[in-house]
Design a protein around this ligand. Structure first.
Ligand code: ADP
Length: 163
């Protein structure tokens, strides 16, 4: 049986940094499920449906990548899908501390789950969804940071209303 990994995140919105991890993961695992987690404590710029659609559009050429969403604990999602591998990306030391915390909690909740980390591609080491939103809100170009579908959506979101 093929090995499946779940790649979780807020993806609000998906960036080229996320897509780099997803694409590289898709070469290693037989199947990658990208899951948009709906987080109670985080209000998103985009709805979960929009985020899912952005990822679907940007990964449509990857036959072994599927996209889903979930409201709840990641370990519960993994159990439901009978998946025991999580895939995450690491950028900086600050990511490490956060990921260590999350991984430890997930391990406590389900000891059978393993988390695999992939180092960011150097060119995306500074890139985050928050930075993209900040840049787009000031009408600056985000074309090298996000896929075209997200660039268009950000433009529409931050377009100044006609006076
Ligand atoms: P979360 O809200 O769970 O941190 P994100 O959507 O911000 O989710 O990120 C999902 C995953 O993608 C995390 O593992 C994060 O570290 C990773 N990631 C985000 N941006 C990049 C990037 N530029 N390069 C590599 N990994 C990244």
């Amino acid at each position: 049986m093929g090995k499946t990994a779940v790649c979780p995140g807020s993806f609000d919105p998906v960036t080229l940094g996320h897509l780099d991890i997803i694409k590289r993961g898709a070469k290693i695992f037989d199947h990658v499920i990208v899951v948009v987690l709906h987080n109670n404590s985080k209000d998103g710029l985009f709805t979960v449906e929009e985020r899912v659609n952005f990822i679907k559009e940007s990964t449509k050429d990857l036959a072994n990548v599927t996209v889903d969403y979930f409201h709840g604990l990641l370990v519960d999602y993994a159990n439901q899908k009978h998946v025991d591998v999580l895939l995450r990306g690491l950028r900086a030391v600050s990511d490490f501390e956060y990921e260590l915390k999350i991984t430890s909690i997930n391990k406590k909740l389900n000891d059978d789950i393993e988390t695999f980390f992939m180092m960011t591609n150097n060119q995306y080491s500074f890139l985050s969804s928050s930075i993209v939103k900040e840049i787009a809100s000031h009408d600056a170009l985000v074309e090298d940071l996000v896929p075209p579908v997200v660039e268009t959506a950000l433009k529409a979101k931050f377009e100044s209303p006609a006076t």
